[in-house]
Design a protein. Structure first.
Length: 189
């Protein structure tokens, strides 16, 4: 087999799609997410069918960018959250998801994304994503800088909105906190 016909590992392919050095803009991230969707050999092997929880698998990361494959089944979603200092580009690869953007003093806006539909948001972009079509629905999410932290929004007593800072790489629950999911995270800063 010649070197030209030897497949490269997925990270090498993703790295070749990144448009430039440095932190990427929301538009560049959206384009990158669309480019990854158009290369199923990069993500299809990472799709997970799990009726109990949303699944996410890392495709690529370096110090400025990370890219993820998210698999969604009926009833699964994120809740409202932001990406702290990271911008995001996302593209639907299979099925469909519903994105809601938080609107102050009114109903959140709703957008249904199907295969090939994409979105972008800068730091502080508050949204939630939920499954609505396909088993699984699959989306590609790309962040810059790398997604290390998220803010999750919760309604507290009396309707007070609270922002809870969480590591961006964990599907964090009370049980995970008790098991030490935050151990070693804060020491980086």
């Amino acid at each position: 087999m010649s070197a030209a016909s030897t497949p490269l590992p997925a990270p090498a392919y993703v790295e070749d799609l990144i448009p430039r050095a440095g932190i990427l803009t929301p538009g560049e991230l959206e384009d990158l997410a669309r480019d990854i969707v158009e290369r199923p050999e990069l993500w299809e092997h990472l799709v997970r069918v799990d009726p109990d929880q949303r699944r996410y698998e890392l495709i690529y990361e370096d110090e400025r960018v990370d890219a993820w494959v998210l698999s969604w089944m009926p009833g699964q979603g994120t809740g409202f959250h932001d990406h702290y200092i990271s911008s995001v580009g996302l593209c639907c690869a299979l099925g469909g998801v519903r994105e809601d953007v938080m609107v102050y003093g009114g109903q959140h806006s709703e957008l249904q994304l199907r295969r090939g539909d994409s979105r972008q948001g800068g730091p502080g972009y508050i949204h939630r994503v939920r499954h609505f079509l396909g088993e699984p629905a699959v989306t590609i999410h790309v962040y810059s800088p790398r997604l290390d932290w998220v803010g999750q929004y919760r309604l507290g007593e009396g309707g007070v909105l609270r922002r809870e800072v969480r590591p961006g790489r964990n599907e964090l629950t009370g049980q995970l906190v008790a098991q030490g999911a935050l151990q070693g995270v804060l020491e980086r800063f």
